[in-house]
Design a protein around this ligand. Structure first.
Ligand SMILES: Nc1ncnc2c1ncn2[C@@H]1O[C@H](COP(=O)(O)OP(=O)(O)O)[C@@H](O)[C@H]1O
Ligand SMILES: CC(=O)N[C@@H](CCC(=O)OP(=O)(O)O)C(=O)O
Length: 304
């Protein structure tokens, strides 16, 4: 690969990153790493390299991970099933135990270990730790009707202090989307990781929320993949929301919640493409779908 890039081109690439490094140095970027983007070991390593690159150059990355396919695999091994309603897993007490075990015991541990192979700054947290999250049970809304999905919650409160203190200590927080049930002392709820990431991004005053998934971005006429939307506003997205399907429904609700919470930019990017995160942040072109608040469009210098 390096043989094919001339020294001038290499210098050009380095120079292109400079204004972006300046722009994002010191800023918090929340990265939602979806279970569908954790395809294989080399991709996971590329993800870890990108996070470490950001951290090395003074950006303050916070990782919120998913693990839907990994939970499915464990449920299948145990002969259990937990279907989804509008992108939310129907979670019984038995399923909740597996969700917690896989997210905290497997996915989070693997990510922390991967990030700490080159440096020792990554630390795992879940919603119960230091009161990070509180959640309340919520139904799935299917065709405007509530459907009971069991022990599924939405975040009602974020205590950003433990994450901020890790960031101030130079650490990389890696967060699992399990949260205490505020109505049931000792109980825990399964929270969609997109929704957890967006609540956290708002509470942290993040500059960007990046969502790494297994599609190039948001397509206009799903399941047709010919028209990728490269940029849209929250107002445009709100109009599309009722027609959203499967995993994209909570993801887009999460994007809107993040924008409503003051995060200036949300990006949906293809986590199957190595280094898509760096391309998004550090090149002029960007990749995937960028969603911004319509009212912020008048201030283009903010939306870069
Ligand atoms: N309009 C759309 N554009 C892109 N993907 C869509 C759309 N509507 C539904 N999807 C589905 O949403 C999926 C991404 O959501 P999800 O499976 O929850 O991913 P993740 O595990 O990364 O959170 C895609 O793989 C695709 O099947
Ligand atoms: C309520 C709910 O559906 N929770 C999700 C939590 C994990 C998640 O969101 O993982 P992805 O980001 O990989 O989809 C689940 O049980 O699968």
């Amino acid at each position: 690969m390096s043989d094919r890039i001339s020294p001038q081109d290499k210098a050009g690439i380095l120079l292109e990153t400079m204004p972006w490094l300046r722009r994002y140095s010191g800023q918090i970027v929340v990265i939602k790493y979806g279970g569908n983007a954790m395809v294989d070991e080399s991709l996971k390593r590329a993800f870890a390299q990108d996070v470490l690159f950001l951290h090395q150059w003074g950006v303050r990355p916070v990782v919120v991970h998913g693990g839907g396919p990994q939970i499915n695999a464990m449920l299948a091994r145990l002969g259990l099933e937990a279907p989804f309603e509008h992108g939310l897993r129907v979670t019984t007490q038995e399923v909740m135990e597996i969700v917690r075990m896989v997210l905290l015991g497997k996915v989070q541990r693997e990510l922390v270990s991967l990030l700490n192979q080159e440096d020792y700054q990554a630390m795992g947290l879940a919603g119960e730790d230091a009161g990070l999250f509180r959640a309340r049970r919520t139904p799935a809304w299917v065709d405007g009707e509530p459907v009971d999905v069991g022990l599924v919650g939405e975040i009602t409160h974020v205590n950003a202090a433990p994450v901020l203190s890790l960031l101030d200590a130079g650490r990389i927080p890696v967060i699992s989307s399990v949260a205490p049930d505020e109505d049931q002392p000792g109980g825990v709820l399964n929270v969609n990781a997109d929704l957890a990431a967006s609540a956290l991004a708002g509470a942290l005053g993040a500059e960007k929320l990046l969502m790494l998934t297994d599609v190039e971005g948001l397509y206009a006429n799903w399941p047709d993949r010919s028209t990728l939307i490269s940029r849209l506003t929250d107002e445009e997205l709100r109009e599309m929301l009722p027609s959203m399907e499967s995993g994209m429904a909570p993801k887009m609700r999460a994007a809107l919640a993040a924008l409503d919470g003051g995060v200036p930019m949300v990006h949906i990017i293809d986590g199957r493409r190595p280094h898509s995160m760096l391309l998004e942040i550090f090149t002029d072109d960007g990749v995937g779908t960028m969603i911004t608040a319509a009212h912020a469009e008048a201030f283009p210098e903010v939306l870069r």
